[in-house]
Design a protein around this ligand. Structure first.
Ligand code: NAP
Length: 255
């Protein structure tokens, strides 16, 4: 295992859907914490640009998480580059929850949500697990509070994230004691660029409805991910962590 000058063995993380949004925020935070990060995304070009913006400790792989061959190859290349893997962050997903009325939802569209948000996590887990076992690593799956509560016409997304929560606790039992597996359920995370957020700010009500007084940022999810992957979470596995500014704890009955 390669050594870094001052912090011991180098830790390697693979983050999917890392070209932008929450995944890019997670990659950035892990790099600040001294990890070497492989950014993987279906948009290979944007992924290359994002990795380049993070510096030489970041590498990019074009990866469609629905494609078994591509997943196998991404894990193989990660092992070839770094000799192992310490962390897998399954963040890639169709983040739009709205699939339309169920009566009009095509099977192919239902499948697209399930394949991306759930089957991809199975494939990554399948091929990464042998490497993670060797290094006593950890997995974090990015779920959603929509596994718990819904707006109309979001069945495919909700089902994919509910499945992901169940997959997480099942795998935690199978993968231990070597590998810990947790999930995070983000609430509303504003993934727009700082410039966009400044140019078109969210309303005061958008923020104030949250018990913490604000909408979330990618860094909020990245901080929890960093904790769950790190040694301070060594006694924590099989858990689903809600990071939503308290929204799922607020009663919303009309007066
Ligand atoms: P985002 O900005 O759309 O980023 C998701 C990234 O995943 C995109 O770069 C996307 O690429 C990529 N991706 C999509 N399909 C893929 C595939 N088959 N293989 C590899 N990469 C793929 O979304 P985000 O808001 O950061 O969300 C990240 C995760 O957090 C998702 O799992 C989402 O469900 C979850 N989440 C987000 C929120 C929120 O408020 N933002 C709340 C709860 C949960 P393309 O866009 O090019 O397809």
């Amino acid at each position: 295992m390669p050594e870094t000058p001052d912090s011991g063995p180098q830790r390697i993380a693979l983050v999917t859907g890392a070209a932008r949004g929450i995944g890019l925020g997670i990659a950035e935070r892990l790099m600040q914490d001294g990890w070497q990060v492989v950014l993987a995304d279906v948009d290979g070009r944007e992924c290359e640009q994002s990795a380049a913006s993070l510096g030489p400790a970041a590498r990019a792989i074009a990866l469609d998480v629905r494609d078994e061959e591509q997943v196998r190859e991404a894990i193989r290349r990660t092992e070839e580059w770094y000799g192992g893997l310490d962390a897998l962050v399954n963040n890639a997903g169709i983040s739009d929850p709205h699939s339309g009325p169920l009566e009009e939802l095509e099977l192919a569209d239902w499948q697209r949500w399930l394949d991306t948000n759930l089957t991809g996590v199975f494939l990554l887990g399948k091929y990464a697990l042998p490497l993670l076992r060797r290094r006593r690593g950890a997995i974090v799956n990015i779920s959603s509070t929509r596994a718990l509560q819904s707006e109309p016409d979001t069945e495919a997304y909700a089902a994919s994230k509910g499945g992901l929560d169940a997959f997480t606790h099942a795998l935690a039992i199978s993968a231990g004691p070597e590998v810990r597996v947790n999930a995070i359920r983000p609430g509303w995370i504003d993934t727009r660029s700082p410039d966009q957020q400044q140019a078109e700010p969210l309303s005061a009500q958008d923020h104030a409805q949250h018990p913490v007084g604000r909408v979330g940022q990618p860094g909020d999810i990245a901080a929890l991910t960093a904790f769950l992957l790190g040694p301070d979470a060594g006694f924590v596995t099989g858990q689903i962590w809600t990071a939503d500014g308290g929204m799922t704890r607020r009663m919303i009955y009309a007066d």
